[in-house]
Design a protein around this ligand. Structure first.
Ligand SMILES: Nc1ncnc2c1ncn2[C@@H]1O[C@H](COP(=O)(O)OP(=O)(O)O)[C@@H](O)[C@H]1O
Ligand SMILES: N[C@@H](CCC(=O)OP(=O)(O)O)C(=O)O
Length: 372
């Protein structure tokens, strides 16, 4: 399978700080304009794009007379608050040259963890796209604390691609491809990653220019894996290559989809929802649930920990403690405690017909990949 950008109807394009900044760390208007021109070519062919752009902190440095990225969180928040406004102004002006509007959407991890706000974010993005607006996403750095940060925009972009059912995720950085080792140490470029095993032996180093990017290659590969597990291909290359890429050239590294396309709800279950407890199951249940994709029945449950209510998300683990799935429990922890180990007929007899249902229905579960 390949990924033909020119045929994609909807793309999430993530650009890193390192591609938008000058050598002294401020925002490069020239680089930003080039990127917007390239994006606009895609849009003029009818492709919807959602732009996840880093660079708020970098853009806030000059106005605050800072010559480098500050170390303390409050100063980063302040730089981002000032810089995000500047970043939006640059993008609005650049897209405005092409007659296009930009709509800013700042997200915190909480927005995507709580189902109500996650559905809300989806609705806003869908509406913006329907109105022909370019959604410009960044983390809401001004209020993000160390604990609630997405950590990096690579992950945010991947989650957004899953959320809006994008046809592809484009990761634009300052490096033209994934290399089998840090490019500075003389690695070679990798054209395609078809399976997780293709990454065996690949050294993923930290960020490039000191103090500019945040995640290095690790978070980009993780982002690619988040989308490919949901049937969405990803391509990684440099922002300088954007024009060639959007014209259909196969530049950079292609990450092929591994799973079939899944709904936004399973992406939420797999990557975002907070788990409230853990259900440990026996070997027979592991094979039924994780391998044969059956619903989880009370009979296979050996242990329940945590305190959860019906409707909460729990982890399902094997007897040796390995998490094999996550799912929405139909019963509370107290109920599962009473039900565990009992057969369906027994449950109906002892507790009533309501308790014959699976503890977690297969449609309410996502399986966790385990290393071979
Ligand atoms: N195996 C690798 N292949 C490619 N780049 C790598 C690798 N390991 C580390 N890097 C570094 O990761 C950097 C990109 O990450 P980062 O600076 O966080 O970028 P961004 O600002 O685009 O998010 C590159 O400049 C490169 O030096
Ligand atoms: N949200 C921050 C950047 C976070 C981030 O992930 O940066 P990068 O690794 O350059 O994509 C900002 O706008 O400065």
């Amino acid at each position: 399978m390949s990924f033909t950008i020119t045929e994609a109807k909807r793309l999430v394009i993530k650009v890193g700080s390192s591609s938008l900044t000058t050598v002294d760390g401020g925002i490069s208007v020239q680089a930003l304009n080039r990127l917007v021109d390239a994006c606009q070519k895609l849009r003029s062919r009818g492709t919807e794009i959602v732009l996840v752009s880093s660079g708020a902190i970098a853009a806030g440095l000059a106005p605050l007379r800072l010559d480098r990225r500050p170390q303390d969180l409050a100063a980063q928040q302040a730089a981002a608050a000032v810089g995000q406004g500047q970043l939006l102004a640059h993008y609005s002006r650049a897209f405005g040259h092409h007659g296009a509007e930009v709509g800013q959407v700042l997200l915190t991890v909480e927005d995507l963890i709580r189902r109500a706000t996650y559905v809300n974010a989806l609705r806003a993005l869908e509406k913006l796209l329907a109105l022909g607006v370019v959604p410009l996403i960044n983390e809401n750095d001004a209020v993000a604390t160390a604990e609630i940060r997405f950590g990096d925009n690579d992950r945010l972009a991947a989650l957004t691609a899953n959320l809006i059912h994008a046809d592809g995720l484009i990761l634009l950085s300052d490096v033209d491809a994934l290399y089998d080792g840090p490019p500075s140490a003389g690695g070679s470029p990798i054209a395609q990653v078809a399976r997780t095993e293709d990454l065996n032996g690949v050294t993923l180093g930290p960020r490039g220019r000191a103090g500019i990017g945040t995640g290095g290659m690790v978070t980009k590969v993780e982002a690619a894996q988040i989308v490919t597990a949901h049937g969405i291909p990803a391509r990684l290359t440099s922002a300088a290559n954007a024009e060639r890429l959007f014209a259909g050239e196969e530049v950079g590294t292609l990450f092929l989809p591994r799973g079939k396309r899944r709904g936004a709800r399973s992406a939420w279950l797999a990557h975002l929802a907070h788990t409230k407890g853990r259900i440990t199951i026996d070997h027979g249940a592991v094979s039924a649930v994780a391998e044969r994709r059956r619903s989880l029945l009370a009979a296979g449950i050996t242990e329940v920990t945590g305190s959860f209510e019906a409707g909460d998300v729990v982890e399902i683990s094997s007897p040796d403690g390995e998490v094999r799935a996550r799912g929405v429990s139909s019963f509370s922890a107290a109920e599962v405690q009473i039900m565990r180990g009992k057969k369906t007929a027994e449950l109906a007899q002892e507790l009533g017909e309501d308790y014959q249902r699976p503890v977690i229905h297969t449609d309410d579960m996502v399986r966790v990949e385990v290393a071979a």
